[in-house]
Design a protein around this ligand. Structure first.
Ligand code: CDM
Ligand code: ATP
Length: 299
Protein backbone atom coordinates (compact mmCIF):
# COMPACT_ATOMS: atom_id res chain seq x y z
CA UNK A 1 0.00 0.00 0.00
CA UNK A 2 1.52 3.40 -0.88
CA UNK A 3 2.34 5.54 2.11
CA UNK A 4 -0.20 8.42 2.13
CA UNK A 5 2.47 11.11 2.04
CA UNK A 6 4.55 9.27 -0.53
CA UNK A 7 7.54 8.65 1.75
CA UNK A 8 9.61 5.52 1.44
CA UNK A 9 8.29 2.63 3.48
CA UNK A 10 11.17 0.22 3.94
CA UNK A 11 9.00 -2.38 5.68
CA UNK A 12 7.02 -3.28 2.58
CA UNK A 13 9.74 -2.59 0.05
CA UNK A 14 8.43 0.59 -1.62
CA UNK A 15 10.91 2.60 -3.63
CA UNK A 16 10.67 6.03 -5.25
CA UNK A 17 7.82 8.53 -5.16
CA UNK A 18 4.23 7.71 -6.16
CA UNK A 19 3.06 8.54 -9.69
CA UNK A 20 -0.51 9.31 -10.81
CA UNK A 21 -2.10 8.58 -14.20
CA UNK A 22 -5.67 9.32 -15.34
CA UNK A 23 -7.45 6.57 -17.30
CA UNK A 24 -9.43 8.87 -19.60
CA UNK A 25 -12.92 7.71 -20.60
CA UNK A 26 -13.19 6.78 -24.28
CA UNK A 27 -16.13 7.85 -26.42
CA UNK A 28 -16.94 6.56 -29.91
CA UNK A 29 -18.33 9.65 -31.68
CA UNK A 30 -19.30 7.26 -34.48
CA UNK A 31 -18.83 3.52 -34.88
CA UNK A 32 -19.39 1.78 -38.21
CA UNK A 33 -19.24 -2.00 -38.19
CA UNK A 34 -18.12 -3.07 -41.66
CA UNK A 35 -17.66 -6.84 -41.50
CA UNK A 36 -17.42 -9.87 -39.28
CA UNK A 37 -13.89 -11.26 -39.58
CA UNK A 38 -12.89 -14.91 -39.70
CA UNK A 39 -11.29 -14.59 -36.23
CA UNK A 40 -14.69 -13.62 -34.75
CA UNK A 41 -13.80 -9.95 -34.25
CA UNK A 42 -15.48 -7.23 -36.29
CA UNK A 43 -13.79 -4.79 -38.66
CA UNK A 44 -14.65 -1.28 -37.51
CA UNK A 45 -14.32 2.35 -38.54
CA UNK A 46 -14.66 4.53 -35.48
CA UNK A 47 -13.79 8.04 -34.38
CA UNK A 48 -12.47 7.83 -30.81
CA UNK A 49 -12.33 10.86 -28.56
CA UNK A 50 -11.38 10.96 -24.89
CA UNK A 51 -12.89 12.81 -21.96
CA UNK A 52 -10.78 15.01 -19.72
CA UNK A 53 -11.92 12.83 -16.81
CA UNK A 54 -11.66 9.15 -15.96
CA UNK A 55 -10.45 6.63 -13.41
CA UNK A 56 -7.36 7.48 -11.35
CA UNK A 57 -4.37 5.23 -10.88
CA UNK A 58 -1.72 5.92 -8.32
CA UNK A 59 1.30 3.68 -8.10
CA UNK A 60 4.58 3.21 -6.38
CA UNK A 61 7.41 0.88 -7.40
CA UNK A 62 8.26 -1.98 -5.06
CA UNK A 63 11.32 -4.19 -5.02
CA UNK A 64 9.56 -7.49 -4.38
CA UNK A 65 8.16 -8.19 -7.87
CA UNK A 66 4.55 -8.31 -6.62
CA UNK A 67 1.65 -6.46 -8.27
CA UNK A 68 -0.48 -5.27 -5.39
CA UNK A 69 -3.80 -3.68 -6.41
CA UNK A 70 -6.23 -1.84 -4.14
CA UNK A 71 -9.51 -0.47 -5.52
CA UNK A 72 -11.78 2.27 -4.23
CA UNK A 73 -14.06 4.95 -5.69
CA UNK A 74 -17.77 5.09 -6.59
CA UNK A 75 -17.61 1.98 -8.84
CA UNK A 76 -14.82 0.20 -6.97
CA UNK A 77 -17.18 -2.35 -5.42
CA UNK A 78 -18.12 -3.62 -8.92
CA UNK A 79 -14.63 -5.03 -9.48
CA UNK A 80 -12.27 -7.52 -7.91
CA UNK A 81 -8.56 -6.78 -7.49
CA UNK A 82 -7.70 -10.28 -8.77
CA UNK A 83 -5.67 -11.58 -11.70
CA UNK A 84 -8.57 -10.86 -14.12
CA UNK A 85 -8.50 -7.15 -13.41
CA UNK A 86 -7.14 -5.35 -16.46
CA UNK A 87 -4.74 -3.37 -14.27
CA UNK A 88 -3.17 -6.59 -12.99
CA UNK A 89 -3.23 -8.15 -16.47
CA UNK A 90 -1.49 -5.11 -17.97
CA UNK A 91 1.14 -5.04 -15.21
CA UNK A 92 1.86 -8.77 -15.55
CA UNK A 93 2.09 -8.50 -19.33
CA UNK A 94 4.61 -5.66 -19.05
CA UNK A 95 6.65 -7.50 -16.41
CA UNK A 96 6.77 -10.58 -18.65
CA UNK A 97 7.77 -8.55 -21.72
CA UNK A 98 10.53 -6.66 -19.87
CA UNK A 99 11.68 -9.53 -17.65
CA UNK A 100 11.09 -6.95 -14.93
CA UNK A 101 12.02 -7.94 -11.37
CA UNK A 102 10.43 -4.96 -9.69
CA UNK A 103 6.77 -4.79 -8.76
CA UNK A 104 4.25 -2.08 -7.96
CA UNK A 105 1.61 -1.13 -5.42
CA UNK A 106 -1.28 0.42 -7.37
CA UNK A 107 -4.44 2.12 -6.16
CA UNK A 108 -7.27 2.30 -8.70
CA UNK A 109 -9.99 4.83 -7.94
CA UNK A 110 -12.90 3.76 -10.12
CA UNK A 111 -15.04 6.70 -11.23
CA UNK A 112 -16.28 5.15 -14.52
CA UNK A 113 -19.12 2.61 -14.57
CA UNK A 114 -18.02 -0.92 -15.50
CA UNK A 115 -19.01 -2.55 -18.83
CA UNK A 116 -20.54 0.69 -20.04
CA UNK A 117 -19.15 1.43 -23.53
CA UNK A 118 -16.66 4.08 -22.42
CA UNK A 119 -13.75 1.67 -22.16
CA UNK A 120 -13.05 2.03 -18.46
CA UNK A 121 -11.22 -1.27 -18.27
CA UNK A 122 -9.30 -0.55 -21.47
CA UNK A 123 -8.33 2.91 -20.23
CA UNK A 124 -7.19 1.40 -16.92
CA UNK A 125 -5.01 -1.12 -18.78
CA UNK A 126 -3.42 1.59 -20.94
CA UNK A 127 -2.91 3.90 -17.95
CA UNK A 128 -1.22 1.01 -16.12
CA UNK A 129 1.26 0.63 -19.00
CA UNK A 130 2.02 4.39 -18.88
CA UNK A 131 2.27 4.37 -15.09
CA UNK A 132 4.65 1.42 -14.91
CA UNK A 133 6.85 2.73 -17.72
CA UNK A 134 7.39 5.79 -15.51
CA UNK A 135 7.75 3.90 -12.23
CA UNK A 136 10.25 1.45 -13.65
CA UNK A 137 11.89 4.09 -15.87
CA UNK A 138 11.67 1.99 -19.03
CA UNK A 139 11.12 2.97 -22.65
CA UNK A 140 9.04 0.59 -24.72
CA UNK A 141 9.30 0.74 -28.49
CA UNK A 142 5.98 2.01 -29.97
CA UNK A 143 5.25 -1.11 -32.02
CA UNK A 144 5.95 -3.41 -29.08
CA UNK A 145 3.74 -1.28 -26.83
CA UNK A 146 0.91 -1.42 -29.39
CA UNK A 147 1.18 -5.22 -29.50
CA UNK A 148 1.10 -5.53 -25.71
CA UNK A 149 -1.91 -3.21 -25.64
CA UNK A 150 -3.88 -5.11 -28.31
CA UNK A 151 -3.39 -8.38 -26.43
CA UNK A 152 -5.20 -6.74 -23.50
CA UNK A 153 -8.23 -5.63 -25.56
CA UNK A 154 -9.28 -4.03 -28.85
CA UNK A 155 -9.70 -0.56 -27.32
CA UNK A 156 -6.42 -0.56 -25.40
CA UNK A 157 -4.08 0.58 -28.25
CA UNK A 158 -6.13 3.78 -28.76
CA UNK A 159 -6.25 4.37 -25.00
CA UNK A 160 -2.42 4.43 -24.78
CA UNK A 161 -2.26 7.95 -26.31
CA UNK A 162 -5.87 8.84 -25.35
CA UNK A 163 -6.21 11.49 -28.06
CA UNK A 164 -8.70 11.87 -30.91
CA UNK A 165 -8.06 9.09 -33.41
CA UNK A 166 -9.69 7.38 -36.38
CA UNK A 167 -9.59 3.69 -35.51
CA UNK A 168 -9.80 0.73 -37.88
CA UNK A 169 -9.37 -3.03 -37.93
CA UNK A 170 -10.51 -4.44 -34.61
CA UNK A 171 -8.80 -1.52 -32.89
CA UNK A 172 -5.17 -1.79 -34.02
CA UNK A 173 -5.19 0.69 -36.93
CA UNK A 174 -4.81 4.16 -35.46
CA UNK A 175 -4.53 7.56 -37.11
CA UNK A 176 -4.58 10.88 -35.29
CA UNK A 177 -7.52 12.85 -36.60
CA UNK A 178 -8.58 16.45 -36.07
CA UNK A 179 -12.14 17.69 -36.52
CA UNK A 180 -12.91 21.41 -36.27
CA UNK A 181 -14.90 22.16 -33.12
CA UNK A 182 -14.33 18.82 -31.43
CA UNK A 183 -11.38 19.35 -29.11
CA UNK A 184 -12.37 21.00 -25.85
CA UNK A 185 -16.04 20.56 -26.72
CA UNK A 186 -18.34 20.32 -23.64
CA UNK A 187 -19.51 16.71 -23.31
CA UNK A 188 -22.08 14.97 -21.13
CA UNK A 189 -21.92 11.24 -20.41
CA UNK A 190 -25.05 9.46 -19.19
CA UNK A 191 -25.42 5.82 -18.17
CA UNK A 192 -28.79 4.45 -17.07
CA UNK A 193 -27.22 1.94 -14.69
CA UNK A 194 -27.25 -1.16 -16.87
CA UNK A 195 -24.06 -3.04 -17.73
CA UNK A 196 -23.97 -4.66 -21.18
CA UNK A 197 -21.64 -7.32 -22.57
CA UNK A 198 -19.62 -6.14 -25.58
CA UNK A 199 -19.47 -9.65 -27.07
CA UNK A 200 -23.25 -10.04 -26.80
CA UNK A 201 -23.87 -6.69 -28.51
CA UNK A 202 -21.51 -7.51 -31.41
CA UNK A 203 -23.25 -10.89 -31.75
CA UNK A 204 -26.53 -9.00 -32.24
CA UNK A 205 -25.22 -6.93 -35.20
CA UNK A 206 -27.38 -7.73 -38.26
CA UNK A 207 -24.33 -8.14 -40.53
CA UNK A 208 -25.46 -5.35 -42.85
CA UNK A 209 -22.57 -3.11 -43.91
CA UNK A 210 -24.09 0.38 -44.02
CA UNK A 211 -21.00 2.01 -45.48
CA UNK A 212 -17.83 3.89 -44.55
CA UNK A 213 -17.37 6.63 -41.97
CA UNK A 214 -16.86 10.23 -43.09
CA UNK A 215 -15.21 12.00 -40.16
CA UNK A 216 -14.26 15.16 -42.03
CA UNK A 217 -16.50 17.54 -40.07
CA UNK A 218 -18.84 17.71 -37.11
CA UNK A 219 -21.76 18.00 -39.55
CA UNK A 220 -20.70 14.83 -41.40
CA UNK A 221 -20.33 13.04 -38.06
CA UNK A 222 -23.77 14.19 -36.97
CA UNK A 223 -25.75 13.72 -40.19
CA UNK A 224 -23.94 10.97 -42.07
CA UNK A 225 -22.47 8.81 -39.34
CA UNK A 226 -23.92 6.39 -36.79
CA UNK A 227 -23.23 3.79 -34.15
CA UNK A 228 -24.09 0.43 -35.70
CA UNK A 229 -24.18 -1.17 -32.25
CA UNK A 230 -27.06 1.06 -31.14
CA UNK A 231 -29.77 -1.26 -32.54
CA UNK A 232 -28.49 -4.47 -30.92
CA UNK A 233 -27.84 -2.59 -27.65
CA UNK A 234 -31.38 -1.15 -27.65
CA UNK A 235 -32.76 -4.66 -28.15
CA UNK A 236 -30.97 -5.82 -24.99
CA UNK A 237 -31.33 -2.63 -22.92
CA UNK A 238 -34.35 -0.58 -24.13
CA UNK A 239 -33.65 2.06 -21.46
CA UNK A 240 -30.87 3.33 -23.77
CA UNK A 241 -33.73 4.72 -25.91
CA UNK A 242 -34.89 6.78 -22.92
CA UNK A 243 -31.39 8.22 -22.49
CA UNK A 244 -31.12 9.13 -26.18
CA UNK A 245 -34.59 10.70 -26.18
CA UNK A 246 -33.73 12.81 -23.15
CA UNK A 247 -30.43 14.00 -24.66
CA UNK A 248 -32.02 14.80 -28.04
CA UNK A 249 -34.27 17.52 -26.59
CA UNK A 250 -31.54 19.46 -24.76
CA UNK A 251 -30.78 23.04 -25.82
CA UNK A 252 -27.70 23.87 -27.87
CA UNK A 253 -26.98 20.25 -28.63
CA UNK A 254 -24.39 19.46 -31.32
CA UNK A 255 -24.67 15.69 -31.37
CA UNK A 256 -25.99 12.87 -29.15
CA UNK A 257 -25.36 9.16 -29.62
CA UNK A 258 -24.52 5.92 -27.83
CA UNK A 259 -20.82 5.17 -27.23
CA UNK A 260 -19.20 1.81 -28.01
CA UNK A 261 -21.40 -1.15 -27.16
CA UNK A 262 -23.40 0.94 -24.66
CA UNK A 263 -25.16 1.60 -22.49
CA UNK A 264 -23.46 5.00 -21.94
CA UNK A 265 -24.62 7.76 -24.29
CA UNK A 266 -22.88 11.07 -24.87
CA UNK A 267 -24.01 14.54 -25.88
CA UNK A 268 -21.83 17.36 -27.23
CA UNK A 269 -22.89 20.96 -26.56
CA UNK A 270 -22.17 24.41 -27.95
CA UNK A 271 -21.42 25.90 -24.53
CA UNK A 272 -20.59 25.12 -20.91
CA UNK A 273 -23.91 26.65 -19.95
CA UNK A 274 -25.84 24.24 -22.14
CA UNK A 275 -23.81 21.35 -20.73
CA UNK A 276 -24.60 22.35 -17.15
CA UNK A 277 -28.29 22.84 -17.91
CA UNK A 278 -28.55 19.44 -19.60
CA UNK A 279 -26.72 17.72 -16.73
CA UNK A 280 -29.11 19.27 -14.24
CA UNK A 281 -32.18 18.28 -16.28
CA UNK A 282 -31.02 14.67 -16.64
CA UNK A 283 -30.11 14.35 -12.95
CA UNK A 284 -33.43 15.82 -11.87
CA UNK A 285 -35.51 13.56 -14.11
CA UNK A 286 -33.48 10.40 -13.42
CA UNK A 287 -31.70 10.55 -10.06
CA UNK A 288 -30.52 6.93 -10.44
CA UNK A 289 -28.60 7.54 -13.67
CA UNK A 290 -24.85 8.17 -13.73
CA UNK A 291 -24.07 11.60 -15.21
CA UNK A 292 -20.62 13.08 -15.86
CA UNK A 293 -19.89 16.60 -17.12
CA UNK A 294 -16.60 16.82 -18.98
CA UNK A 295 -14.96 18.03 -22.22
CA UNK A 296 -13.21 16.37 -25.12
CA UNK A 297 -9.55 16.09 -24.30
CA UNK A 298 -7.10 17.97 -26.52
CA UNK A 299 -3.98 16.27 -27.86
C1 CDM B 1 -17.14 -1.61 -28.89
C2 CDM B 1 -15.75 -1.02 -28.71
O1 CDM B 1 -15.59 -0.58 -27.38
C3 CDM B 1 -15.61 0.19 -29.62
O2 CDM B 1 -14.54 1.02 -29.26
C4 CDM B 1 -14.65 -2.03 -29.01
O3 CDM B 1 -14.80 -2.51 -30.32
C5 CDM B 1 -14.63 -3.18 -28.00
O4 CDM B 1 -13.38 -3.17 -27.43
P1 CDM B 1 -13.01 -4.04 -26.15
O5 CDM B 1 -14.07 -3.90 -25.09
O6 CDM B 1 -11.60 -3.69 -25.82
O7 CDM B 1 -13.16 -5.47 -26.75
P2 CDM B 1 -12.33 -6.82 -26.51
O8 CDM B 1 -12.13 -6.99 -25.04
O9 CDM B 1 -11.17 -6.87 -27.42
O10 CDM B 1 -13.39 -7.87 -27.03
C6 CDM B 1 -14.55 -8.25 -26.34
C7 CDM B 1 -15.44 -8.99 -27.31
O11 CDM B 1 -16.10 -8.06 -28.18
C8 CDM B 1 -16.16 -8.56 -29.49
N1 CDM B 1 -15.44 -7.65 -30.40
C9 CDM B 1 -14.60 -6.70 -29.94
C10 CDM B 1 -13.96 -5.83 -30.80
C11 CDM B 1 -14.21 -5.97 -32.19
N2 CDM B 1 -13.64 -5.13 -33.07
N3 CDM B 1 -15.04 -6.93 -32.64
C12 CDM B 1 -15.66 -7.77 -31.77
O12 CDM B 1 -16.42 -8.62 -32.19
C13 CDM B 1 -15.57 -9.95 -29.45
O13 CDM B 1 -16.64 -10.85 -29.26
C14 CDM B 1 -14.70 -9.93 -28.23
O14 CDM B 1 -14.58 -11.21 -27.65
N1 ATP C 1 -10.08 -2.30 -14.20
C1 ATP C 1 -11.21 -2.65 -14.81
N2 ATP C 1 -12.19 -1.74 -15.03
C2 ATP C 1 -13.34 -2.09 -15.66
N3 ATP C 1 -13.62 -3.32 -16.08
C3 ATP C 1 -12.71 -4.26 -15.89
C4 ATP C 1 -11.47 -3.97 -15.25
N4 ATP C 1 -10.78 -5.10 -15.20
C5 ATP C 1 -11.52 -6.06 -15.77
N5 ATP C 1 -12.69 -5.58 -16.19
C6 ATP C 1 -13.75 -6.33 -16.91
O1 ATP C 1 -13.74 -5.88 -18.27
C7 ATP C 1 -15.07 -5.86 -18.79
C8 ATP C 1 -15.24 -4.63 -19.70
O2 ATP C 1 -15.12 -3.50 -18.91
P1 ATP C 1 -15.10 -2.02 -19.51
O3 ATP C 1 -15.55 -1.12 -18.42
O4 ATP C 1 -13.81 -1.74 -20.16
O5 ATP C 1 -16.21 -2.17 -20.61
P2 ATP C 1 -16.75 -1.18 -21.67
O6 ATP C 1 -16.79 0.19 -21.08
O7 ATP C 1 -18.03 -1.77 -22.19
O8 ATP C 1 -15.66 -1.22 -22.78
P3 ATP C 1 -15.79 -0.96 -24.31
O9 ATP C 1 -16.17 0.46 -24.50
O10 ATP C 1 -14.35 -1.21 -24.66
O11 ATP C 1 -16.76 -1.94 -24.85
C9 ATP C 1 -16.02 -5.90 -17.61
O12 ATP C 1 -16.83 -7.04 -17.75
C10 ATP C 1 -15.14 -5.99 -16.38
O13 ATP C 1 -15.56 -7.00 -15.49
Amino acid sequence: MPHPDGKMDAQIGLVDAPVTEIAYAKVNVALHVRARRDDGYHALESLFVFAEHGDRLQGQATDDGAIDLAIDGPFGAALGADADNLVVRAARALQAYLGEQRGAAIRLTKYLPVASGIGGGSADAAATLRLLAQLWDVRIEAGELAGLALDLGSDVPACVASVTQMVGGRGERLARHAVDGLEGCPMLLVNPGVGVSTAQIFAGWDRVDRGPLDGSSLEALRDGARNDLEAPALAIAPVIGDVLAMLAVQEDLLLARMSGSGATCFALFRSDRALAAAAQAVRQANPGWWVMETRIRSA
